[in-house]
Design a protein around this ligand. Structure first.
Ligand SMILES: *Cc1c(COP(=O)(O)O)cnc(C)c1O
Length: 401
């Protein structure tokens, strides 16, 4: 067998081997001079992702092992329900929960999980949704937990009931209440915290659902909330876990996962029919999760810290520029760099800096507002942090007087 290095060297000079190497996932398309440059053909310019896991920026990149799983599955047929059963069982074991299924993202997990709570194992009810006549029709949510993703719940025909306090929450529960919804990232903002929320659900026999979409790292969150007693928990597959961007996880009670599956493909007469994940994404989700569980999270954290410190140092070398590194407590819990400056000394707005970096070569995307730039490195390819540091310094320095 040729070593990976030898194969790559040969591939650079031998067209057939180049295609073979690409076929086996040994090269990435960007690195291979022989593969078609699809994005270029389409007039698209790729960029360095210094922003993070944003859907509009296509969020994350899959490790090679994950794209290899996609390639593997794409040349073999299996029954869709069989692979969901097998992968779901494996994921449940890995994540120490009763049951699991792969969905088309966390938003899809919210819709399918809610559908399952409403219908149980009644196929007629699944076909009736989003008409909830004869079913429970309300979901209770703390006002401080409102996010646009709640639309995923409303897809099932639910009406939302908003409360502020634990007393209001208990008073709002009635025989119309189907579900209590919790947005994990907003635990601090709401008055009713996670464990108390679960306890209220249990006391009244109403299922609780925790949307943890962006909430790894830390890795322990993958089992923390099912163990805390939430009946259903949703994660994005294509954020920190770096599985397919169009995949997600629905974890929780066995009866509710089975019921959620009733509204998922291949079944056609359901609210979930447009949320298809096929064998490629289902398998890739499992492989991404295995890799994520195995990786050295402390080492990765230290790498991200060094990367943001490098960018911070280069930015601060420009007189008048200030930086701060912070780690959001829940959701996108990674080292994040804020950069701002004295407008009298660096005469450019943050918006104009972002535009200059986007227009530059290579193009760089980052976040921020009118006051500052927000940068993360966790969705970069290794080494890109050096390019971002250099480009940022150049743009800021050019604006000094
Ligand atoms: C990202 C996110 C979602 C949607 O996740 P997808 O995997 O893109 O469907 C839902 N809820 C919250 C809180 C999120 O951050």
């Amino acid at each position: 067998m040729l070593s990976r290095r030898a194969l790559l060297q040969l591939a650079a000079t031998t067209p057939v081997l180049g295609h073979l190497a690409a076929y086996f996932g040994l090269t990435n398309v960007a690195a291979s001079p022989l593969a078609r440059d699809y994005f270029k053909e389409l007039g698209l310019r790729p960029f360095i992702n210094a922003a993070g896991t944003f859907t509009m920026l296509t969020a994350s990149q899959m490790p090679d092992e994950v794209t290899q799983a996609i390639r593997y599955a794409s040349t073999r047929y299996v029954r869709l329900d069989d692979i969901q059963d097998a992968v779901g069982a494996r994921i449940a074991t890995l994540l120490r929960c009763e049951a699991a299924t792969v969905t088309a993202g966390a938003a899809s997990a919210l819709t399918l999980g809610t559908a399952g709570v409403l219908t149980g194992l009644d196929e007629k009810k699944a076909a009736q949704l989003p008409d909830v006549t004869g079913m429970k029709s309300e979901v209770i949510l703390q006002r401080a937990h409102f996010v646009g993703y709640v639309h995923a719940i409303r897809n099932c025909g639910m009406s939302m009931v908003y409360v502020d306090t634990a007393a209001e929450l208990e008073a709002a529960i009635s025989d119309r209440t189907a579900l209590l919804l919790f947005i994990n990232a907003l635990n601090e903002e709401g008055q009713v915290k996670d464990a108390e929320f679960v306890a209220i659900g249990k006391r009244h026999g109403i299922p609780t659902f925790n949307d943890c979409a962006a909430d790894v790292p830390p890795v322990e969150n993958l089992w923390k909330y099912t163990e805390m007693g939430f009946d259903l928990v949703a994660f994005s597959g294509g954020k920190g876990i770096r599985g397919p961007q169009s995949a997600g996880l629905l974890l929780g009670r066995k009866d509710l996962i089975a019921a959620a599956r009733l509204s998922a493909p291949p079944r056609g007469d359901t609210v979930g029919r447009g949320m298809k994940v096929n064998k490629e994404e289902i398998l890739a989700m499992l492989v991404a999760l295995e890799l994520y569980l195995e990786k050295d999270h402390d080492r990765e954290r230290r790498l991200w810290e060094r990367q943001v410190e490098l960018i911070a140092g280069r930015a601060r070398s420009v007189p008048g520029v200030e930086t701060e590194i912070h780690v959001p407590p829940i959701a996108n819990h990674v080292p994040s760099l804020r950069v701002w400056w004295d407008a009298a000394r660096v005469r450019i707005t943050p918006q104009a800096v972002r535009e200059a970096l986007r227009a530059g070569d290579p193009s760089i995307e980052m976040m921020g507002n009118d006051e500052r730039l927000d940068i993360t490195t966790w969705m970069m390819r290794p080494g890109e942090e050096k390019i971002v540091a250099r480009r940022l310094e150049t743009v800021l320095r050019a604006a000094t007087t």
